[in-house]
Design a protein around this ligand. Structure first.
Ligand code: SAM
Ligand code: SF4
Length: 438
C-alpha cells in the first residue's frame, strides 16, 4: 500500500507529517511521490491565513478526478484547516474520506482501518488526550531535524488562529528532548531546530521547571551536535540571559527570528503582543552589542484593523533602522473566531496592497545590501541538497541562516564545508567551494 503526503504551512506541520509517515510505515504503508499510484492521499493543511485555506479548497477539488477513477483511494485531510473546519470539509467535498484534527494524528491508522470497513466518511477532531509521542518520526535526512519543544500557544495574539486550532501551550520534558537529540546525534545529526510558537516561554507547565535558556544550555552541551537553531522567539519573553548563551556557545547559531508584527505601539497593543516598539529596539540593541554579525529576521503584518498610514510608517521606520536580514511580510487576513476579526477595518484591500508593496521594496533592498556585505568572505555551510532553483547547484545554509548556492558534488550533502561568497541576490547568495581549504 502506498501513501502520498503533502504538507502545507510551517515546520510544525512538517514535523506532524513526519509523525504521520512513521505511524503509517509501521502500519505497512510505503511513501510515494506519485499521487496517481497511491492508495492513500494525505493533505496536512495550514489555516493561518485565508489564502492558505482557499488554495487547499482548490487542491481538494482537483482530487475528485482521481477519486472518480479509483474509488478505493482514500483521501484524508489533516492539520489546522481540518481542526478549524471539521465536518464542513466533508459537507463541501463528500468524496473526502477522513478529516482528522491536530490532536488526532495517533488515531490515524485506526481511522483508516475503520473507513475501509464502512461506507461513511469519518471526522475526528476531538482532543481525547491521545499519547503524543512527538519524537517518533520518519525523517528524509538524518543530518538535520526539526524538534518540537512546545506545542500549542497561550498568547492569543488578537489576529491569530493558532491557539484555536493547536490548543494551549504544553512543553515537553527537557530530559526527553535531550535523550532524543543524543540518539539523533549518534545517528549522524548535525543540526537541530527547536520548535515552538513561543520558545521563550518553554517550561512553564512542567513539573521540573526549566527556562528556555537552561534548556538551550543543556542541548548545547551535547557532544557532536554542531548547530542548534530555534524558532520562534517572542519579544515579550526574550531574556538577556539568552543573548549571553547564544554569544558564548559555538554550536548555537548566530541567527534570531524575532517577529515584530508592527512598528506602532497602538497596533502592537491592539494585537495583544505585550511589548512596545521601544522594548523591541532594546532587545535588538542588546543583541547587536553582544553578538557580532548576528542575523535578525522577522515577521510583519500589514493592514491590521485600525492601522492608519502613520502606524504603517512607524513599521517602515523600524525596518529601516533595524535593517533585518530578511522579513516575512503578510497582509492581514481576518480569521473567524479571533478577536481582530470583529474589529472595525476601514482601509481598503487595495490600499493595504500598496503599503505591502512599499514595505517589500524597502526590505528587499536592505536584504540584498546585507547579502552584498558577505561577498568575498569565507563561511562554513551545511549542504542540505540540490538548489530548488535549478536542481543542479548545491544548496547550503550558513550559520546565520543565509542560503548559498554553489557548484559541487552531491556526495557533499549532509556535510559542513567551507565556501567563499562570490555574489549576492535578494534572498540568497552564490558561492564557490573552497577545496583543500586553500
Ligand atoms: N508563533 C509565531 C509568532 O509568534 O510570531 C509565528 C506563528 S504564525 C504561524 C507565523 C506568522 O504568520 C506570524 O508571525 C504572523 O506574522 C503571521 N500571521 C499570523 N496570523 C495572521 C493573520 N491573521 N494575518 C496575516 N498574517 C498572520
Ligand atoms: Fe499566533 Fe501569537 Fe501564538 Fe505566534 S505567539 S502562534 S502569532 S498567538
Amino acid at each position: 500500500m502506498k501513501v502520498y503526503i503533502e504538507t502545507f504551512g510551517c515546520q510544525m506541520n512538517e514535523n506532524d507529517s513526519e509523525r504521520i509517515l512513521y505511524l503509517l510505515e509501521n502500519a505497512g504503508y510505503e511513501r510515494t511521490n506519485d499521487i496517481a499510484a497511491s492508495d492513500l492521499i494525505i493533505l496536512n493543511t495550514c489555516t493561518v491565513r485565508e489564502r492558505a485555506k482557499n488554495r487547499l479548497y482548490g487542491h481538494i477539488g482537483n482530487l475528485k478526478k482521481l477519486k472518480n477513477k479509483n474509488r478505493d483511494i482514500l483521501i484524508c485531510i489533516g492539520g489546522c484547516t481540518a481542526q478549524d473546519l471539521k465536518e464542513k470539509i466533508i459537507e463541501v467535498f463528500p468524496y473526502v474520506d477522513i478529516v482528522f484534527g491536530t490532536h488526532n494524528i495517533p488515531e490515524l491508522p485506526e481511522l483508516i482501518g475503520r473507513r475501509r470497513l464502512t461506507n461513511k466518511s469519518i471526522c475526528s477532531v476531538e482532543n481525547n488526550g491521545f499519547d503524543h509521542d512527538l519524537f517518533k518520526v520518519r525523517r528524509k535526512q538524518s543530518f538535520k531535524a526539526f524538534l518540537p519543544i512546545t506545542i500549542g500557544c497561550d498568547n492569543y495574539c488578537s489576529y491569530c488562529i493558532v491557539p484555536l486550532v493547536r490548543g494551549n501551550e504544553r512543553s515537553i520534558e527537557a530530559e526527553k528532548i535531550i535523550r532524543n537529540i543524543e540518539e539523533l546525534v549518534s545517528g549522524g545529526l548535525i543540526e537541530v531546530t527547536l520548535l515552538g510558537q513561543n520558545v521563550n516561554s518553554y517550561g512553564k507547565n512542567l513539573k521540573k521547571t526549566y527556562t528556555f535558556s537552561e534548556l538551550l544550555e543543556k542541548v548545547s552541551n551535547i557532544k557532536g551536535l554542531k548547530r542548534i537553531r530555534f524558532i520562534t522567539s517572542h519579544p515579550r519573553d526574550f531574556s538577556k540571559s539568552l543573548i549571553d548563551i547564544i554569544k558564548n556557545r559555538d554550536n548555537i547559531v548566530k541567527h534570531i527570528h524575532l517577529p515584530l508584527q508592527a512598528g506602532s505601539n497602538k497596533i502592537l497593543k491592539e494585537m495583544n503582543r505585550n511589548y512596545t516598539r521601544e522594548d523591541y529596539f532594546n532587545i535588538i540593541e542588546n543583541i547587536k552589542k553582544k553578538i557580532l554579525d548576528c542575523a535578525i529576521t522577522t515577521d510583519i503584518i500589514v493592514g491590521f484593523p485600525g492601522e492608519e498610514r502613520e502606524d504603517f510608517l512607524q513599521t517602515i521606520d523600524m525596518v529601516k533602522k533595524i535593517r533585518f536580514n530578511r522579513a516575512f511580510t503578510f497582509i492581514y487576513s481576518p480569521r473567524t473566531g479571533t478577536k481582530a476579526a470583529k474589529m472595525e477595518d476601514h482601509i481598503t484591500l487595495d490600499e493595504k496592497k500598496k503599503w505591502f508593496r512599499e514595505l517589500l521594496e524597502i526590505q528587499n533592498i536592505i536584504s540584498s545590501e546585507e547579502n552584498k556585505k558577505l561577498v568575498g568572505k569565507k563561511f562554513e555551510v551545511l549542504v542540505e541538497g540540490n538548489s530548488a532553483k535549478d536542481g543542479i547547484l548545491l544548496k547550503g545554509r550558513m550559520e546565520n541562516n543565509t542560503i548559498v548556492n554553489f557548484e559541487g558534488d552531491s556526495s557533499l550533502i549532509g556535510k559542513i564545508i567551507p565556501v567563499i561568497i562570490t555574489g549576492a541576490k535578494t534572498f540568497y547568495v552564490m558561492g564557490e567551494l573552497i577545496r583543500n581549504n586553500s
